[in-house]
Design a protein around this ligand. Structure first.
Ligand SMILES: Cc1ncc(COP(=O)(O)O)c(C=O)c1O
Length: 468
């Protein structure tokens, strides 16, 4: 009862802060407002990707340098948005500027493989312990192609994904991405019968309009951190399933780490049933450790998908794994793309992975990440806010729920009003964040301890304000 009243009070307080801070944000950003009014005429929602939209309009950026970004009104921010986890090299890093300059002066695109592309492929294979890999241009393409390879290699159609996970905007995986609590009741069994209420493995309606209903049957949902659900599904339907795709650390609902032994059991179950295990490391690869989750948790998937931080800030994607699976490419499985492995992205990616993202950089991410998470934790405790922090290497977050999350259903217990208040509060004070509470902060090699202190101090003031 007391907790209930506290939740009500803190939510009301958060709503009041959000109202005040949103007014202030709109006053500070007339240039963004004007650009939004112009942009909606040529682009739906006035943005290049729906993830960039915000209410009533997004803050539009003009430039970045080091750990800073500037919006179109000239306001300066310390950048913790990090381009949704891309910018771990920071902005305009000299090694990346040089690499891009070399590409600009010697040719950015041939659609013919260059030596630098081969060198980057070798580095990606080394880091993530892949036998072979192929380039694409985004995380979506990486998961789409990995799925095709798994289906081609196994001759099976169905795929298993985790409840509440995002693997890009390809049709096959746009199921159970951010289901509302009431949508969790709208399920069908794996055999297609209607059922009410939660099940351990189920099929569900697509998250997006425009996804063919025919795909409903082929995408099966299981909860994260529940190996028993996979075991019981595989024991009845294992022979129909081509792949299990998962983020080894769930990173589209804050940051959810695997229970000890969970990934090992998933690996063992996939082996037993001939299901290809695909790790989606689009976010975790090259951010949470030099070798991503594969290194950090010591479990090797059959295939893994990458994008984001691999390209030093340029457009890139990659997937790869066992040669026995990858060899279906060239034996009937399509994998192509005009821009794949282009010299612009390859040069920037190679410079990022070999010159900037050295073992020292990862030691530094760990130090700064821990400093940031500890500082936020102290602020949360001192003010008595129902929240917690998590951090892994360059990634971390504050989640507005007291205890750590274990799966998607825990995420539904976070308090969205608290994030909605924190966003304008932080942005108004020069700390640039992603517009959604499902995201994380991204550290770069160009962040300083002063940048981290700025975040902690601003967040601490927010917590005090929230506590009243
Ligand atoms: C885990 C994961 N997989 C895939 C994707 C899709 O990547 P992209 O936006 O480059 O298509 C994302 C994007 O945020 C992601 O977080």
């Amino acid at each position: 009862m007391v907790i209930e009243m506290d939740t009500e009070r803190i939510t009301a307080r958060a709503e009041e802060i959000a109202r005040m801070e949103t007014v202030r944000l709109l006053e500070r950003t007339p240039g963004s407002s004007a650009l939004h009014a112009r942009a909606v005429r040529s682009m739906p929602m006035g943005v290049a990707s729906s993830f960039q939209a915000n209410d009533p309009y997004p803050v539009y950026l003009a430039r970045g340098a080091g750990s800073r970004v500037w919006d179109v009104d000239g306001n300066e921010y310390v950048d913790f948005h990090g381009g949704f986890g891309v910018n771990i090299v920071g902005h305009a890093h000299p090694a990346i500027v040089k690499a891009i300059g070399e590409a600009a002066s010697t040719g950015t695109h041939f659609a013919v493989t260059t030596e630098v592309t081969v060198a980057l492929a070798e580095e990606i294979c080394r880091r993530f312990r892949l036998e072979q890999m192929r380039f694409v241009n985004s995380g979506t393409e990486a998961t789409m192609d990995a799925l095709r390879v798994a289906r081609a290699a196994t001759g099976r159609d169905r795929v298993v994904k985790m409840e509440g996970s995002y693997h890009g905007h390809q049709d096959h995986l746009l199921f159970s991405v951010v289901p509302e609590a009431d949508a969790l009741g709208l399920l069908r069994t794996v055999d297609g019968e209607s059922i009410e209420g939660a099940a351990h493995a189920y099929t569900t309606r697509p998250t997006s309009l425009g996804v063919p209903r025919a795909m409903w049957h082929d995408t099966i949902i299981v909860p994260f951190n529940d190996a028993d659900a996979i075991e019981s599904l595989f024991s009845s339907h294992g022979e129909e399933i081509a792949a299990l795709i998962m983020e080894p650390v769930m990173m589209n609902i804050g940051l959810v780490v695997p229970d000890p032994g969970y990934l090992e059991r998933v690996r063992e179950l996939c082996d037993r049933h001939g299901v290809a295990l695909i790790f989606d490391e689009v976010k975790s690869g090259a951010t949470i450790a030099e070798g991503g989750a594969i290194e950090r948790f010591g479990v090797q998937p059959d295939l893994a998908c990458f994008a984001k931080a691999l390209g030093g800030g340029t457009t890139i994607g990659a997937f790869g794994g066992k040669a026995s699976l990858m060899s279906v490419i060239g034996k009937g499985a399509a994998q192509q793309g005009t821009f794949n492995g282009n010299p612009l992205s390859a040069r920037a990616g190679l410079a990022a992975l070999t010159q900037v993202l050295t073992p020292d950089a990862y030691r530094r991410f760990a130090e700064l990440g821990t400093m940031l998470a500890d500082g936020c934790r102290r602020a949360i405790e001192e003010a008595g806010i129902p929240a917690h922090t998590m951090d892994l290497g360059a990634k971390g977050c504050v989640s507005y729920r007291v205890g750590p999350l274990h799966n998607y259903r825990d995420y539904l217990e976070t308090n969205p009003a608290l994030f909605a208040a924190s966003f304008p509060w932080m942005v108004n004070r020069g700390v640039f964040l992603t517009p959604g509470d499902e995201e994380q902060w991204t550290l770069s090699v160009q962040h300083t301890e002063d940048d981290i202190r700025r975040y902690i101090d601003t967040f601490g003031e927010f917590c005090q304000m929230l506590a009243g």
